[in-house]
Design a protein around this ligand. Sequence first.
Ligand code: FAD
Length: 514
Amino acid sequence: MIGEEGYEEEKDKKSVADACSALGIEHEVWVDEKYFIDDRDLKLESPEHLPDVFTTYRKLNEPLKERPRPTRPRPLDGSLPKPIEASQIPSQSDPFEIPTSSEAFEAALLRPIEKDIPEVAPVDESTSAHPFRGGEDHALDRLYYLIKSGNASQYKSSRNGLLGVDYSTKLSGYLAQGCITARQIHEELLHFETGSDQKYAETDGYGEGENEGTQAIRFELLWRDYMRLCTRKFQAKLFYRSGFRNDHSHKWKTGCAVDKDTGLPSQSSEAVSATMKRVLEGTTGQSLIDASSRELIHTGYTSNRARQNVASFLAKHLNIDWRYGAEWYEFMLVDYDVNSNWSNWQYVAGVGNDPRGEARIFNPVKQAFDYDKDGAYVRCWVPEIRKIEKLENLFQPWTTPTEDWERFGLTGLALAEDPVKKINFSVEGKPKSSRRPFVRKRGQGRGDPSSSTNPKSTPSEDAKSSNDKPHVPNGTSSVEVEVDEDPGEPPAYVAMEGQEEDNKVGDGNRHIPK
Ligand SMILES: Cc1cc2nc3c(=O)[nH]c(=O)nc-3n(C[C@H](O)[C@H](O)[C@H](O)COP(=O)(O)OP(=O)(O)OC[C@H]3O[C@@H](n4cnc5c(N)ncnc54)[C@H](O)[C@@H]3O)c2cc1C
């Protein structure tokens, strides 16, 4: 077996080892070589010594390009055992069956999730669709292309893109499925940097050493290692609502029938489940979030920038137990990786390794203005609102002036009529519009359509702003948004032991009670 970090995987490993030993079968655990820095070269005495802040860990390992071990040569001499023939697979009894074609195999893989995937409006273009075709050859082709095209060298400035195939590497799926290793990526970058592979000779920067882009790719690959080592350090806390930080201060909303904090029946469970469903199917009315959820449903992939926004919106604007989101991603991502997914969700939810924890809140409207400058991403994935002309209305359809609703096809759309969250957002240099449309929510009587006198919002106000706070539309934002570049100083973490049982996810199988 290959060594794994996961708490349950560890238990599985032990069970297999015990069974082997009882049967007198040799059992061996191989060192997992797919990470950037080999476990045997870690400068850590034990998992407890892993710094709680990524930057500290990174500094321990710089310069990163000197840390990976060389890859093993590809066994092209026929020494690998042949794959087994279909005829060697034992027949299966009902309800199990062995698919006999790749289509049938894919259909079988999708069957368990198909019933749960929300139906979303079809898209007629999917330029951002992750062109994922599995296997090492495709992974290597992608890697060669990235370097040859110069995209790898541009990576530092392009990686926060949302739409398109080349702004980031799109290697995570291949890494997660084991088609390629972080070391292979590093080594190929080295060939370019050192000028030792003629196929890159025409590319700018050939033979000129590490550049900003190639360095940033290594930096991200180290994040992947770091997330895995956090799992090793914190073990089952990966799945605890209070996270690595053991932070019980947050009052999370859950869809559970019983409130885990009070032990009383939860009044809000139905409402929370309904809101959660809106987030997952992409009808919240926060268009950046909706575009990301739809992209995920259509392609199994969404960008890092979009993921951060979805996670922040769910955890910090809606205050919903972040694990609902983590579990949904587990279900949907083509690059699902237990460590990277759950640790990233914790990080964004403020209970993991983000030293700024609670203080970092993304404003999805500001983020849309910053990263979807012409609205192309939202228009690509949320076809119902494509016709909306002004960006401020596109990013929050409920702000569209009433007279335009019919023209843009907004009437009857929950994302416009009944957004799960309205975020106060203002523009500098434009008059504060008072044309906020008055939309009555289903089942509500007539309300007061008065407009906002609060043109600016701060992250904390955003977090608090709710549906009864109207907004002021238009233009670029005066909202301060926390960004993720520099993790800063480590927080004083509290002791991690003594995790309460009620904080565990579901039945121990990582499933959150619905
Ligand atoms: C809420 C949330 C959930 C996530 N879930 C996953 C997941 O299940 N699997 C996964 O591989 N990544 C996950 N990520 C990290 C990151 O979003 C993806 O790795 C990235 O978007 C994949 O696209 P890419 O290959 O083009 O990445 P690039 O931007 O090109 O990065 C290069 C590689 O670095 C690694 N990497 C980059 N950022 C991170 C990160 N924050 N954490 C760990 N590794 C990173 C990945 O292996 C990636 O392929 C998650 C991030 C968030 C915020």
